[in-house]
Write a protein that binds this ligand. Structure first.
Ligand SMILES: C[S@@+](CC[C@H](N)C(=O)[O-])C[C@H]1O[C@@H](n2cnc3c(N)ncnc32)[C@H](O)[C@@H]1O
Length: 319
């Protein structure tokens, strides 16, 4: 595995004078990337429910492209700009990290944290291919930022923390919030895009029974691993209680019609994930087959469409 860069490498960047002044000489890099082997990895026992294989990686790339306009709008609204230090928490293969690295430029820095070494490796390969040298990768659990972004070196460190579709998969969201509060500078902004009312929103129109059962199974599988597809219902209050002001709260609700590019989002998700739910016992094989057939049938039904899960967005400012 390509060695991942440490935040010490980040500090060596010529444009980060402010960081060099503030971060102690005491090296923290061992903590950052002593994590290149499974034995020393601080990651969770319950891995990411959607998997880290090639199919999920491909799906995340497509998903990013379909939702990149929402991400760019949020970054623009929050004032992400050249020279900033950005944390991409739960970055996956880093599609958003790569975009933000171009926005913050050579004087800025993006640190991608994820619990998947496979995804981080892909981010490393892609940043090399694009000749982006301002991205650091950190393997670790978002719920234990003290391990992977240790204090005091990263206290008040980031201007922006971005986290998309990660809170819905963690068992201890308040630990994530506390960690993010520590690493953001006062006035720094936390940008979140995630779900609320997921299971009750996704609907094939006209309604289909097996598909509805499949959605319920998706929610159950996330919850069984500690996740919460309703997390954006709780986050604003959790953020207020942890010293953040909510500057912006909104939702993007979309539909997908067969034959449009947006249709690829649910199509790739359900075709890849429902068979996994059968393997893990959350969904009967007959319901999986029936739900996928209902989606396939919708393609030849002129009037069919799908109501997609609402993606909520928050900009919260560290007080
Ligand atoms: C749906 S993907 C989203 C990836 C990326 N944020 C994006 O928007 O494309 C969820 C990501 O969160 C990561 N993840 C889930 N739980 C995590 C945790 N506790 N610590 C670190 N990463 C986690 C997974 O490995 C995966 O890469």
């Amino acid at each position: 595995m390509t060695p991942m860069r440490s935040v010490r490498a980040l500090e060596a960047s010529p444009g980060i004078a402010r960081a060099r002044r503030r971060v102690p000489e005491n090296p923290i890099s061992d903590l950052f990337f002593g994590m290149t082997t499974a034995a020393s990895s601080p990651t969770r026992e319950q891995p990411y429910v959607l998997g880290t294989g090639n199919d999920e990686s491909f799906r995340l790339g497509l998903q990013h492209r379909l939702w990149s306009n929402a991400a760019f709008d949020l970054w623009l609204r929050a004032g992400v700009q050249p020279g900033m230090r950005v944390l991409d928490l739960g970055c996956g293969p880093g599609h958003a990290s790569l975009d933000m690295a171009q926005i913050v430029g050579a004087e800025g820095r993006v640190v991608g944290v994820d619990e998947s070494a496979a995804f981080l490796k892909q981010l490393g390969q892609e940043s090399e291919a694009r000749k982006l040298h301002n991205i650091d990768r950190v393997l670790g659990d978002a719920q234990k930022l003290d391990h992977c972004l240790p204090s005091p070196a990263t206290d008040d460190y980031f201007d922006i923390a971005y986290t998309r579709w990660v809170f819905c998969f963690v068992a201890s969201p308040s630990e994530v919030v506390k960690g993010l509060r520590r690493v953001l500078r006062p006035g720094g902004k936390l940008l979140i895009q995630d779900y609320f009312n997921y299971e009750h929103s996704i609907t094939l129109a006209p309604r289909r029974e097996a598909f509805s059962r499949a959605i319920a199974a998706v929610g159950q599988s996330w919850r069984a691993r500690g996740g919460n597809p309703d997390i954006m219902g709780e986050l604003p209050r959790m953020l207020r209680r942890n010293g953040f002001t909510i500057e912006h709260l909104d939702v993007r609700q979309r539909i997908a019609r067969p034959g449009t590019s947006m249709w690829q989002w649910p199509w790739t998700f359900f075709n890849s994930f429902l068979p996994k739910l059968v393997e893990s016992g959350f969904l009967a094989k007959s319901d999986c087959d029936a739900a996928l057939k209902e989606m396939a049938d919708a393609i030849t039904d002129d009037g069919a469409y799908m109501l997609l899960p609402p993606v909520f967005e928050i900009i919260a400012v560290k007080e």
